[in-house]
Design a binder for this molecule. Structure first.
Ligand SMILES: Nc1nc2c(c(=O)[nH]1)N[C@H]1C(S)=C(S)[C@@H](COP(=O)(O)O)O[C@H]1N2
Ligand SMILES: [Mo]
Length: 522
């Protein structure tokens, strides 16, 4: 017995510790449910276990592995869980004296989780979110479960420090059991939902992998890669292709469930299935896709070989009524964009793409069907997980980004970028390689010029391209003396327009200005 009257092993303490343990488990489950639902690359608990392993001194780690063999990982994870649960039980006990100390303990544990997650380089924002979800669950659940346990029984007026009696009324216990049961139900439901979400993603991923589409990988045009180390490859591999979407987790849509409805100002409304699409003659083309949010010199751009059905063929089948000037596209997740009808009916390769670089679209890039329109920024054209096309008029709707201050129309602006040297590089003085990419989709690049230290503009060599719809690599050899240098690039497109030097922000319709890089030579 201790002098402050808290009896070790008393009932209230036992229940508070139990509340802490249940709270700990609840946070671990909701955090893991978040990992599943958002398909985070790293679970916080596993990340902590990995950190423990990696930070264990080498000789000790070797001895441990000899001791437990390949069980080291599951044992580490189990150990991490046990330590967590014990600490959470202790947090439950601490509520008796300091209501805020358990929160601090939880925050500390979450910080450890966050650091462990950040340490692993492939962690995305979803892993961090899983930590936050766990932390919030802990804080809320502990309050919920301990409230009935901390309530002073009527008549027993305690000191301000809280209840000192070890006894617990039957009423308090009943309230606790009820709350614990309710919390467990909610938490287990969340866990199950996370599991289902990850399960359906797995199933769709499997269906995707089993698809055999009559598509090609795409042969690179002659000389497309100028073969300068440091310039982004002309074909962007699917795994490196930039990702932009508003939905937190990409929808999982099975091809056999997918449908596209084309309606609005048409003669015959129609619904297409996935099979309807892939049974048709597929069009294949290289198209460079870029984001309106790409800053000057930015990397929100990629080039791929796309396979799909021409939108104009489908629009011809449904029969567009006169007076229409737009197509409102809607995705499975409810995102919308408005595309000029003309860009979908003229002779360019505007398509409903089913494959990217010879493979069924990756889920994150819009599986099973997305739109690709050469010459337009993604936010007004490249709908992923497409399910609905409404032929309409621009004066009858505002799409997702238009409502948020972006321009209703978004033709891509002619741009160029320096990839080598990188800003801040230190190169060897003498002849050096400079280079990068330039793009003006569906207009084409005529010429790329660069300027060193304010000198004369020099014309760069250009790589090969198949047509007007892709980016082009540029490069040249230039002599640099020891010292600091500034390199600037500008492109001229095939309409004869040269990029303006005027710097403009990405909002509302794309950045302008010349990409400029500072480097030094020794
Ligand atoms: N459903 C959906 N489609 C979308 C978006 C989105 O947020 N949701 N973003 C668009 C934007 S802004 C761009 S730049 C491109 C990016 O395509 P990617 O992620 O395949 O590179 O997708 C477009 N399609
Ligand atoms: Mo975008």
């Amino acid at each position: 017995m201790r002098h402050d009257g808290r009896v070790t092993g008393d009932r209230r303490s036992a229940y508070l510790a139990l509340a802490g343990v249940l709270t700990g488990a609840a946070g671990i489950v909701t955090s893991q449910a978040t990992v599943w639902a958002l398909r985070a690359t790293n679970s916080p608990v596993v990340a902590v276990a990995s950190a423990v392993r990696d930070l264990t001194p080498g000789p000790l780690a070797v001895r441990l592995v000899h001791l437990v063999g390949h069980l080291d990982k599951p044992l580490l994870v189990a150990g991490t869980l046990v330590v967590l649960i014990v600490l959470c039980g202790w947090a439950g006990l601490l509520t008796r004296r300091h209501p805020l100390v358990p929160d601090l303990l939880f925050a500390g544990l979450a910080l450890v989780g966050l650091l462990a997650v950040i340490r692993l380089k492939d962690s995305g924002i979803a892993s961090g979110l899983a930590v936050v979800v766990g932390l919030v669950t802990w804080i809320v659940t502990l309050r919920l479960l301990t409230a009935p346990l901390l309530a002073e029984p009527a008549g027993a007026t305690g000191a301000a420090a809280g209840p000192v009696s070890g006894a617990l009324s039957a009423e308090s216990r009943r309230a606790f059991v009820l709350r614990a049961g309710g919390a467990a139900a909610v938490v287990l439901l969340a866990g199950a939902a996370g599991r289902v979400a990850s399960g359906s993603r797995r199933k769709v991923e499997q269906a995707r992998r089993l698809l055999r589409l009559p598509v090609h990988h795409g042969a690179l045009p002659e000389g497309a890669n100028v073969d300068v180390a440091g310039i982004a490859p002309w074909r962007t591999p699917n795994s490196d292709f930039y990702l932009i979407h508003t939905v937190l987790s990409a929808p999982s849509i099975s091809p056999k469930d997918w449908q596209l409805r084309i309606h609005g100002m048409v003669e015959r409304e129609r619904t297409y299935t996935y099979d309807d699409l892939i049974r048709r003659q597929l069009t294949e083309a290289w198209v460079t896709l870029c984001c309106v949010s790409n800053e000057v010199g930015g990397d929100l751009i990629g080039n791929a070989f796309w396979s799909g059905v021409l939108v104009r063929d489908l629009l011809q089948e449904v029969g567009v009524q006169s007076g229409a000037d737009a197509v409102l596209q809607t995705s499975h997740d409810g995102w919308t964009c408005g595309t000029p009808l003309a860009a979908l009916t003229d002779d360019r390769n505007a398509m409903l793409a089913v494959a990217m670089n010879g493979l069924p679209l990756p889920i994150d890039h819009g599986f099973p069907v997305r739109t690709v329109v050469p010459g337009l920024y993604g936010y007004v054209s490249a709908t992923k997980w497409l399910v609905d096309l409404e032929v309409t008029r621009f004066d009858r709707f505002t799409a997702y980004w238009t409502r948020r201050g972006w321009s209703a129309k978004g033709p891509v602006k002619t741009e160029s970028r320096i990839d080598v040297p990188r800003g801040g590089d230190n190169v060897k003085a003498g002849m050096i390689r400079v280079g990068g990419s330039a793009w003006a989709q569906h207009t084409g690049i005529e010429r790329v010029e660069y300027q060193l230290d304010g000198g004369p503009w020099r014309t760069a060599d250009l790589g090969g391209v198949p047509d007007l719809d892709t980016w082009v690599q540029w490069t040249d050899l230039v002599e640099v003396a020891a010292g600091d240098h500034v390199l600037v690039v500008r492109a001229t497109d095939r309409s004869g327009a040269t990029q303006t030097s005027a710097r403009r922000d990405v909002v509302p319709d794309g950045a302008t200005g010349w990409h400029t890089v500072s480097f030094s030579a020794t």
